[in-house]
Design a protein around this ligand. Structure first.
Ligand SMILES: *Cc1c(COP(=O)(O)O)cnc(C)c1O
Length: 229
């Protein structure tokens, strides 16, 4: 039976992350939990925050801004993880500590130009389409090196790593493959002189496989908050 209380679900996710960290001989603090709170109310987020969760990920800008305003005294760290239209970059630059879904230079440049001077540089992950699906957002592996080199020149951006949302696979070994590719891509970029420390990969259904392949931030919605409508 699925646990019904947020505190139970939160503890189960923490336990699952710890078990995977042990199994794959990662250090205990090497995997951060990003709570994906799209469609969830400010009250549900406040409840999760009261359990100790500080990092929250949102996909839809308007909805996110309302919650950020409602929860501004809670010291939360907001991550934008959804598709980005270029005319919506300003509120993202003004309200988020991290953006995981940058897949073209124009977006990075606008975030850089619109980042308020009194805030630290915005942390960026480049979203990569590792499964090579036509319909998915994300740059291709072939485009990655040039895109990273250009983004790295922007002063108000801190290029932290890579993000992927692979095609779903139920088989564990199949789940691992795209995560391994993303990890390899980060190693390649670091060999080219970057200093990336973040692999944003793994969701409710594939977080063990992501941790096995080096995820440093797992983005969990359903397992924490229950099924979305
Ligand atoms: C919704 C979403 C998640 C969380 O997915 P769950 O399966 O609910 O854990 C993670 N990352 C992104 C980019 C999402 O849009």
């Amino acid at each position: 039976m699925a646990p019904q209380q947020p505190a139970d679900r939160y503890q189960l996710v923490i336990d699952q992350i710890h078990a995977a960290v042990m199994r794959y001989q990662r250090s205990i603090d090497s995997v951060a939990l990003l709570a994906v709170s799209k469609t969830r109310s400010a009250d549900e987020i406040a409840e999760m925050a009261a359990l100790g969760q500080k990092k929250f990920g949102e996909n839809y800008l308007q909805e996110a801004l309302e919650k950020i305003t409602a929860l501004q005294d809670k010291g939360l760290e907001w991550h934008f993880i959804g598709p980005i239209q270029s005319n919506k970059t300003k509120p993202i630059a003004e309200n988020f500590a991290w953006v995981h879904s940058v897949d073209r230079f124009k977006i990075a440049q606008r975030l850089n130009d619109q980042r308020p001077a009194d805030l630290p540089p915005v942390n960026i992950c480049i979203q990569v389409n590792v499964s090579g699906e036509e319909s998915k957002s994300g740059c291709t592996l072939a485009e990655l090196s040039e895109l990273a080199a250009k983004i790295a020149t922007l002063p108000n951006i801190r290029l932290r790593g890579l993000m992927a949302i692979p095609q779903s696979a139920s088989n564990f070994d199949e789940q691992r493959k795209p995560f391994a590719l993303l990890h390899e891509a980060m190693v390649t970029l670091n060999n080219e002189g970057h200093n990336l420390d973040t692999l944003s990969m793994g969701m409710s259904g594939d977080l063990d496989a992501a941790i096995a392949e080096g995820a440093t931030m797992v983005r969990i919605g359903t397992a924490l908050f229950g099924a979305r409508n």
